[in-house]
Design a protein around this ligand. Structure first.
Ligand SMILES: NC(=O)c1ccc[n+]([C@@H]2O[C@H](COP(=O)([O-])OP(=O)(O)OC[C@H]3O[C@@H](n4cnc5c(N)ncnc54)[C@H](OP(=O)(O)O)[C@@H]3O)[C@@H](O)[C@H]2O)c1
Length: 321
């Protein structure tokens, strides 16, 4: 089968489209023919080995040689003990712990799979797992957004932000989206009431305060967020610099405690099987999936560069066949 392979951290040029052995499912796995795989910031991070936390599975060389984690496709074969899914079934999954989606076929433990939701295309299903989980848990489960609240989403023009803006609006919030100038109109089109170009304005210095800050691109000292939270407000770190992450973990719990402010890490629970509420909203037509661009397998380096250089508005999808 064809796959996009790399053996050392680096820019997209280290990726090669090559022929590799089609994997054979272990007892608890199924073999999936990949019909669509969506890109996430995590692919870009694990490609380059930056930030440092992306090397957790392989400090010097990548542990997995084929990237790609959010897949949708059709089961081709099942291992001896895999009984929930059989050949011909359409499925989707977040396989971040295993990777391998930038290929024609991938073996997946069947516990990581969920049936592809009815009425959704492969592309839409592949767009959902990681970005949908971040939005669902950041806005609803941990963010607990209530009608009338003020929500700021930093890095809102990418994949997770696309769902997070819409979900916050559905929950009745007043939403501010922050991203680069290229994405301001896109964030408005998703429902953002206010938009900020982070290359011109620093939202932590404009005097405005929020009930929830969902930070998909955290690069400030943890203390900087305290002044932008209302009393009782919460800040959730999703992704960004290691320095900010360490500060959030070490001193976040004490910053602003007297005013009931919470500064915390959102450790996202992964897995397509946790996505039922957001799948329902997509199927009901209340939540839109915007696919910015589609690429072929041989164009994965270009696709990752497009995402990594910050041009993607919504999701970028690779169609292997
Ligand atoms: N906590 C967890 O358990 C967990 C799990 C999975 C993923 N993650 C993290 O979740 C994050 C979000 O992923 P995603 O897929 O939504 O990424 P994405 O599609 O790349 O979107 C991130 C957006 O942030 C923007 N951005 C970059 N620097 C910024 C800044 N300083 N201020 C404001 N916006 C900025 C980017 O645009 P430009 O680059 O053009 O400016 C981009 O539009 C990633 O960092 C990933 O590592 C966390």
């Amino acid at each position: 089968m064809k796959a996009v392979v790399y053996t050392r951290y680096g820019p997209p040029d280290v990726l090669r489209l090559t022929d590799v052995q089609t994997p054979v499912p272990k007892d608890d796995e199924v073999l999936v023919q990949v019909h669509a795989v969506s890109l996430n910031a995590t692919d870009w991070e694990v490609l380059r080995g930056k930030p440092l936390y992306s090397r957790i599975m392989g400090p010097f060389r990548p542990r997995h040689h084929i990237l790609g984690s959010d897949i949708a496709g059709r089961v081709e074969a099942a291992g001896r003990n895999a009984t929930r899914f059989g050949p011909g079934q359409d499925v989707f999954a977040d396989i971040f712990s295993y990777m391998g989606g930038f290929a024609e076929y991938v073996c997946v433990p069947e516990t990581a799979l969920a049936p592809k939701p009815g009425g959704m295309t492969y592309e839409e299903a592949a767009a959902l797992p990681q970005a949908g989980a971040i939005a669902l848990q950041g806005i609803q489960d941990k963010g607990q957004v209530q009608p009338g609240q003020k929500v700021l989403i930093n890095g809102a023009g990418g994949g997770s932000g696309m769902y997070a803006i819409q979900l916050a609006k559905l929950n009745g919030a007043e939403v501010t989206g922050v991203d680069n100038a290229e994405k301001l109109e896109f964030m408005r089109s998703l429902g953002a009431d206010h938009v900020i170009d982070y290359t011109r304005d620093d939202f932590t210095r404009n005097g405005r305060t929020y009930d929830l800050i969902l930070d998909l691109a955290a690069h400030r000292p943890a203390f900087a967020y305290k002044g932008s939270l209302m009393p009782g407000g919460r800040y959730l770190y999703v992704g960004g610099s290691v320095a900010t992450l360490l500060q959030v973990l070490l001193i976040g719990p004490v910053i602003g405690r007297a005013e009931g402010k919470k500064i915390r890490l959102l450790a996202v629970r992964q897995g397509a099987q946790h996505l039922a509420p957001i799948v329902d909203l997509c199927q009901a037509g209340k939540l839109a999936t915007v696919i910015d661009r589609r690429y072929r397998l041989n164009e994965v380096p270009e696709a990752l560069r497009y995402l990594g250089e910050g041009h993607a508005k919504g999701k970028v999808v690779v169609i292997p066949e």
